[in-house]
Design a protein around this ligand. Structure first.
Ligand SMILES: Nc1ncnc2c1ncn2[C@@H]1O[C@H](COP(=O)(O)OP(=O)(O)OP(=O)(O)O)[C@@H](O)[C@H]1O
Ligand SMILES: Nc1nc2c(c(=O)[nH]1)N=C(CO)CN2
Length: 203
């Protein structure tokens, strides 16, 4: 007669799992069952800007583990950080999402969406068909250059804060203060709402 091993007792093939591994698995499980809010900024100043922004919203919604909860109005904005008149005007918008993806996977997905719209990277702040930036992910603060959170320049960009404020007037940017106050401190010149245009919230 074979006597089965009693779990956790004398089976020599069962090795103890290190506490660090248990903690990592628990953290991953927690993330999976606990969606986080994230704020994503979209910008386009080449090609059919509205169509591209809508394509990016739809591609985000098609991401497993991500739901788009809100889409902001569209703004037409002067290019920020470059010589005036050197680039076409942008369309900008912000989307609020809930996601079970960890921050690094969300960035990967954002970059895949940029690639799908043939975003070319040559000069810093060069014109682009689409830019997908992670403005904030829950209350995560990170100075990792590959993914800095919140986005290190979001607090000084009215083209991010104005649409974000429209969809979440109570929002705050971790470590910086309320979006409403940050926006008050900036000029809105060159950041014009385009009430004649609209992005659809995917069904
Ligand atoms: N919060 C963030 N969102 C998106 N990319 C980030 C973030 N933090 C760091 N990065 C890194 O920044 C790198 C450059 O990104 P990108 O080319 O989109 O910059 P940019 O949009 O031209 O400028 P900016 O960062 O000022 O918006 C990316 O490869 C990415 O790894
Ligand atoms: N108006 C505007 N200016 C920019 C934008 C943008 O989305 N809108 N994105 C940049 C790099 O992320 C640099 N400058």
């Amino acid at each position: 007669m074979t006597v089965p091993f009693t779990a956790g007792q004398s089976d020599p093939t069962v090795q103890p799992v290190p506490t660090s591994v248990v903690e990592q698995v628990d953290a991953a499980d927690h993330t999976l069952s606990n969606p986080h809010r994230a704020v994503i900024s979209l910008g386009s100043n080449l090609g059919n800007r509205l169509e591209t922004l809508q394509g990016a919203v739809d591609a985000l919604e098609d991401t497993p583990g991500l739901r788009v909860k809100a889409v902001s109005p569209v703004y037409e904005t002067e290019p920020w950080g470059v010589e005036p008149g050197s680039q076409p005007a942008y369309f900008n918008a912000v989307v609020l999402v809930k996601t079970t993806l960890p921050p690094a996977s969300l960035l990967e997905r954002a970059q895949a969406v940029e690639e799908a719209f043939h975003r070319v990277r040559d000069e810093r702040w060069g014109p682009r068909t689409i830019d997908v930036d992670i403005v904030a992910y829950a209350d995560v603060v990170s100075d990792d250059p590959a993914l800095t959170l919140p986005h290190p320049r979001a607090h000084e960009r009215a083209f991010v804060l104005a649409p974000w404020h429209d969809v979440d007037p109570e929002a705050s940017l971790t470590g910086r203060g309320s979006v409403a106050e940050l926006l008050d401190a900036l000029t809105r010149e060159g950041v014009e709402p385009r009430a004649d245009l609209e992005l659809r919230l995917p069904e």
